[in-house]
Write a protein that binds this ligand. Sequence first.
Ligand code: UFG
Length: 327
Amino acid sequence: MKILVTGGAGYIGSIAVERLIKAGEEVVVFDNLYQGHRDAVHPAATFIQGDLADKDAVETAVATHRPEGIMHFASYTLVGESMEKPFLYLRDNIVNGLNLLESAVKHGVRGFILSSTANLFDDPAKMPIEENERIVPGSPYGESKNIMERYLHWMDRLYGMRYTCLRYFNACGATEERGEDHDPETHLIPLVLQVALGQREKITIFGDDYQTPDGSCVRDYIHVIDLAEAHILAMRTLLAGGPSGKYNLGNGRGYSVKEVIQTARTVTGHPIPMVVGARRPGDPDVLIASSESINHDLGWQPHYPDLRTIIETAWNWHLAHPDGYTA
Ligand code: UFG
């Protein structure tokens, strides 16, 4: 397969690139390095520093490399930030995505994979969340992904470009060489590990009065390698002529914020002091994915479902890269 990966210098994208190359595939990375890191890009991938907002640059990349498939990771991804900067999320995620779709259709790309999100399900009637759950975007970020999912429907219907939307729950973990390095960091597991590294004094739990067994929010943490493998399986299926699809992607089991912190204490041997702070706006009590559909249709199943293993892989990466990629 020849695959163009947008956001291939970012956390999940760079690990998808690593796994694609390990599987013997040809990869072109397109990334503006705004959030990504040049050092995260696998040396065997062709790298283009470009911005999806630049329609000509996108068109040149797709026309020159003629990928069979595109994995589209590049986007703004923070629920909370999108509530404060709705125009940034609605404009960039949607307009940039449209630039990419237009070139993809023009050059006969056969398979397109969208990084979508659990933030489509702000008001689920059932837990774990299945694909037929009512879509209620929880933020402008979720709305931007919802609109991209709808555009893909039309690209398939009008031009026959097949697609898979993968709605990630909480991506985490690392490979030996690549891990999570955001600036500023907002995600729970890397923040907890920064406390264990002595880079932060304590972790603040955003509320412990939720309707959950220990009062802290419950999330479905999925290892980034399992996410990456889902992309590869989905792309193979599309390029072999399989149908378009939308899948929820998690482990099907939830862990509370307090359980994450306790597990990190065990893994790191550090006491990781914690305090309880105010709720973070927009956080639902519980989010757990049902991944039965992707298991049934694509044969996907997680290889790293255990929280302790997930945190161990992240911890090993952070120990080896205490200052992230900039070191
Ligand atoms: N949390 C804390 N303290 C912190 C940071 C996080 O208590 O310092 C809590 C949050 O309140 C939440 C949980 O830890 O309950 C996980 O929070 P993250 O910020 O790590 O992840 P989110 O669940 O907010 O967001 C992730 C992705 C989004 C995606 C969303 C889907 O980053 O892109 O999952 O649910 F949309």
